[in-house]
Ligand binder design. Structure first.
Ligand SMILES: [Zn+2]
Length: 303
């Protein structure tokens, strides 16, 4: 059934359960075994509910009393008020719910959206460790050798063994993503704390006029090496949102190169950007079937 991975965070003295929280909650909703309390779904905790039910006969006939796991509406994080475990959802991409509410591009002033989640807030970042041996080994072996210095320059931290990647906008810390390194299905997932507008991952330079737009965080890092004269800007997906366009536009870019994993996706992203940034030079990189990081690795191998 459910496969939860347990992570103990020493500094917080909290146990985090990492797994497919979204499916877990969806199944509870499907079988009507849940209740709604304000902005939460309240479901049975996969760990402590069974025992409590057995020990306390007063629960009999009141099955809803078993439910103590409060999960946010977006199903990305939850907290069990009986056993204190914190749950977090794993996914490769930010869920669809992040597209709502719709961002209004015509808005005069660009409204920066920062991470303010109750559990996963910016303040928590400083409690993540600056170094973890397993996390570091993952970066330099599974990603590439440039990570040896880059992880420090890019201000990575570690949550257990998992790299935590901070996001900045004009020098300001706005968000972070956790790269979960032990995932058995090839495509390694991220934990993306809930936020109203999905931010791009930008590796800012002193001058940001020429951009290269790509899909993921590690593609952006590869683009930093492949295109040293450009500012990498990752979409955390294969399409660009209105909010991300507004953010991109705030730099007044002169030259934009779009490099998604597939040519068709790059065309779509470039076309959308053209509607809003029509003065800039916009080009795409034709895909050879490799994403930017794979290309970097193959070029490294040739040297
Ligand atoms: Zn529990």
């Amino acid at each position: 059934m459910e496969d939860w991975k347990r992570i103990y965070n020493k500094s917080e003295r909290k146990i985090y359960m990492v797994g497919d929280l979204e499916s877990y909650v969806d199944n509870k909703i499907k079988s009507q075994d849940y209740r709604k309390v304000r902005d939460d779904y309240v479901v049975q905790c996969p760990y402590c509910a069974g025992d409590a039910y057995k020990e306390d006969t007063s629960y009999e006939g009141h099955p809803y009393l078993k439910r103590k796991l409060y999960v946010y509406l977006n199903k990305q994080a939850g907290h069990c008020f009986r056993c204190g475990r914190v749950f977090m959802n794993l996914s490769d991409k930010l869920p669809e719910t992040y597209k709502l509410p719709e961002y209004n591009l015509n808005q005069q002033d660009f409204q920066l959206c920062k991470l303010t989640d109750e559990y996963w807030n910016l303040g928590l970042f400083r409690y993540f460790s600056e170094y973890d041996e397993r996390g570091y080994q993952y970066l330099i072996t599974k990603r590439h050798k440039y990570m040896k210095d880059l992880y420090k320059i890019l201000k990575f931290r570690f949550f257990g063994e998992n790299p935590v990647i901070p996001f900045f906008y004009k020098g300001e810390f706005i968000y972070y993503q956790i790269k979960y390194i032990k995932h058995q299905h090839g495509n390694l997932p991220y934990f993306s704390p809930p936020i109203d507008y999905k931010p791009p991952y930008i590796i800012e330079k002193s001058i940001n006029e020429k951009f290269v737009i790509c899909e993921g965080v590690f593609d952006a890092i590869a683009c930093l090496i492949l295109y040293p004269d450009r500012t990498p800007f990752a979409l955390l997906g294969s399409s660009i949102t209105d909010y991300q366009i507004a953010m991109l536009r705030s730099y007044v870019p002169q030259d934009i190169l779009v490099y998604c994993d597939e040519t068709q996706l790059s065309v779509r992203v470039a076309e959308k950007i053209m509607q809003y940034i029509n003065y800039a030079q916009i080009d795409i990189v034709y895909s050879t079937g490799m994403d930017p990081e794979e290309r970097l690795k193959s070029e490294m191998a040739e040297i």
